[in-house]
Design a protein around this ligand. Structure first.
Ligand code: ZN
Length: 82
């Protein structure tokens, strides 16, 4: 899945919710550990893998990037689909 497509969907959702999307650099978000916040390019041993050097958290790099983009650009609100 391309980041461009993902961000386009994110923008569309944010606009429909009346919110602004904060520009997030996907390269940085995919280097930040969602568990402890440690950011380093060394957290990405390969294009697909995320492995935090600080806490040992492992995940698929796309998953990590998506989590961090959502956290940085949009704060999900529960029970408010409106
Ligand atoms: Zn970590």
């Amino acid at each position: 899945a391309g980041w461009g497509v993902f961000l386009t969907i994110l923008h569309a959702k944010a606009e429909s919710a009346g919110r602004e999307v904060i520009a997030v650099d996907p390269r940085n978000t995919s280097r930040t550990c969602p568990a402890c916040g440690h950011t380093a390019k060394e957290n990405r041993p390969t294009q697909e893998k995320f492995h935090c050097l600080a806490c040992g958290h492992t995940a698929h790099a796309d998953t990590v990037g998506a989590i961090n983009v959502l956290r940085a650009g949009l704060v999900p609100r529960h029970a408010n689909p409106a």
